[in-house]
Structures are given as C-alpha cells and as structure tokens.
Design a protein around this ligand. Structure first.
Ligand code: RIB
Length: 312
C-alpha cells in the first residue's frame, strides 16, 4: 500500500566539485566530476524509500537513455514507477551543479520532460491516492500541475506538503490554502517574505508571515543550523542541527523532506517535532557524502534508536 506519493521532477545531476563557487563571468577549474540521479521530487521519494517507506512517484522523463536509466534507478530504489511516464516531446531533465569545498552548491535545472507532466496525467494516477497518508510536491514541474495535485490529494483526505523550491515569489495563496504543510529553506523563505532569514528567530518571523497565506504548518530548514516550524495553533518548534563535516549539501533539503514524510507517516501527525528531529539527523548524514540520491542513507546504515517507536 502506497504511503507516500511524490509528484515532481527527475533530473540527471551533473556535478562538478571546485575549490569555491565561481563569480559571474569567472571560470574555475574543477577537481572532481560525478553524474547521478537527482530532481527534487525523485530525491524526496528515494530518501523516504531508502528508510523503508512504500512510495510512488508521478513524474515524466524523456524517451532517451537518461530516462531509461532513471526508471531503472527508481526501481532499484524500491519506488513504484507505474506513474513515471515517458514522452518523446522533450528530453529527460538535467541539472548542472557546482559544489565548493565547504559543501555549498549552486544549481541550474533544464526541466525538459518534467514540464510536460499534465493535470490529465495526475487524474490518470488518482487511484493511488486512496491508500496514501501524505503527498509531496515541489515547484520543478508546471505549477498548475502541482496545484492540481495538491487539490486532488486534499479532496482524497491525504495530507499535503508543498516544498516551495525553487521559490516563486508571486505564488498565489491557493498553493498555501491547499498545502497542510509548506517547507522551504532560508534562501527561499527570504525571497518570499522579504525578511532576511539568517537564524531561528528570523526564520520563525518568516514562518509566521507565510502561515497567514493559508497553510497550517510552515517548516523552514536552516542548513547546518537545523530547522524551525510554526503552526497555525501558535506552536513553534526549533530543532538544532547536528555537527557534521559537510562534503556536499546537494539534495540535503530533499533528504530532510523525504525523511520527514517517512517519520510523519510512521510516528503519526502528533509527533511532528520528533519527525523533524529525526529528519534533521538523516539530512545531516546525507551531507557527509558526495552526490545527491547516492548520499542518502539506507535504514540499515542508521542507528536503530532513530527508528524507536516504529514497528514496520
Ligand atoms: O535539491 C537538489 C536537486 O535540485 C538536485 O538533485 C537537482 O536535480 C535539482 O533538482
């Protein structure tokens, strides 16, 4: 039975490691290169699957070698791919990424086939909503397909989480009203609210501002400093980050969201802060390895204490 449904993008990540990120117009020489599987939607799906969740991805890839390899990868990771569609109208998404020695990155995405995932494709996949507990969306596909997915899940009684990434500044309130939870990082929260989010205090102010748009829960991730959450009932949670030696932060936010969805399903919605804490640990571990999905830990790599209270 599918517990977590993700509607989102598959990209081939082309990562170059450099001593530092280049300035505009500057060329820097790389020290290492890696091709891997990425895309925020697929990353979140794989992160949850590696922990042991039953997950399904609704996505679109090109009718090309990258698309074929991508579907094989998802199957290997235990993801239900029956709604990963193939189109010959565009190529599989690609993401050139630069990662500096301190683990920071910048990313450009060419969406390709991802943008062709349509509202009709979501309607055709509606059957899998029946058993799901949570639906995860991001903003790397057509935004109207995202909104349609959020509405369909809400109508089916499924909890909806929207990861506002990349940030779209004029996002209509409909996206917030149809999302039970929104999750975004400090950069995205700054862009959306005009508040410079630099720590837990400024993050809580930004989260409260975003709550006024109609969502019930707002989580802001703060990289090495952890995460904060504000809820419409006035509750505020602050989770401190674990000290880790960061090698590559690419996809750490996705590891957090995939893991949060897993713990949210397994521990129940009343254990919200516990789900955040445990997701923070998983994301912290992911940054200690290079790569995107390849850096996400399997349940067997993690301390059993992280799964306390989880029966299956
Ligand atoms: O969040 C990280 C992801 O953003 C990468 O995997 C890249 O593909 C882009 O979608």
């Amino acid at each position: 039975m599918t517990e977590i449904i993700v509607v989102g993008a598959c990209n081939i990540d082309q990562i170059v490691y450099t001593p530092r990120l280049p300035d505009a117009g500057e060329t820097v020489l790389g020290t290492d290169y890696q091709i891997g599987f990425g895309g925020k939607g697929a990353n979140q799906c794989v992160a949850a699957s590696k922990l042991g969740a039953n997950v399904a991805l609704i996505s679109k890839v090109g009718d090309d070698d990258n698309g074929k390899r991508y579907i094989q990868n998802l199957k290997r990771c235990g993801v239900d791919t029956s709604n990963v569609l193939i189109t010959d109208a565009s190529c599989t998404g690609v993401a050139p990424i630069t990662v500096a020695n301190d683990g920071s990155n910048n990313i450009v995405v060419f969406s390709g086939a991802n943008m062709l995932l349509s509202r009709e494709d979501i309607d055709s996949a509606a059957g899998i909503m029946k058993s799901a507990k949570i639906l995860l969306c991001q903003l790397e596909i057509d935004k109207f397909t995202t909104l349609h997915s959020l509405k369909a899940a809400k109508n089916a009684g499924v909890t909806t989480l929207l990861n506002i990434a990349p940030a779209i500044e004029d996002l209509s309130d409909e996206f917030f009203i149809n999302s039970d939870i929104i999750c975004l990082n400090e950069t995205e929260a700054s862009a959306l609210t005009g508040i410079e989010v630099v720590d837990a205090t400024t993050a809580v102010s930004a989260a409260n501002q975003l709550l006024s748009k109609g969502t019930s829960n707002c989580i802001i991730t703060l990289g090495k400093d952890g995460s904060v959450a504000a809820q419409e009932n006035g509750e505020v949670y602050i989770v401190h980050g674990d000290k880790v030696d960061a090698k590559d932060t690419t996809g750490a936010g996705d590891a957090f969201i995939g893991a949060f969805a897993y713990f949210f399903c397994k521990l129940g919605s009343s254990n919200y802060m516990e789900a955040m804490k445990r997701a923070n640990t998983v994301a912290g571990i992911s940054v200690t390895k290079k790569g995107t999905q390849s850096s996400y830990p399997m349940r067997t790599d993690l301390p059993e204490a992280l799964f306390e209270g989880i029966v299956n």
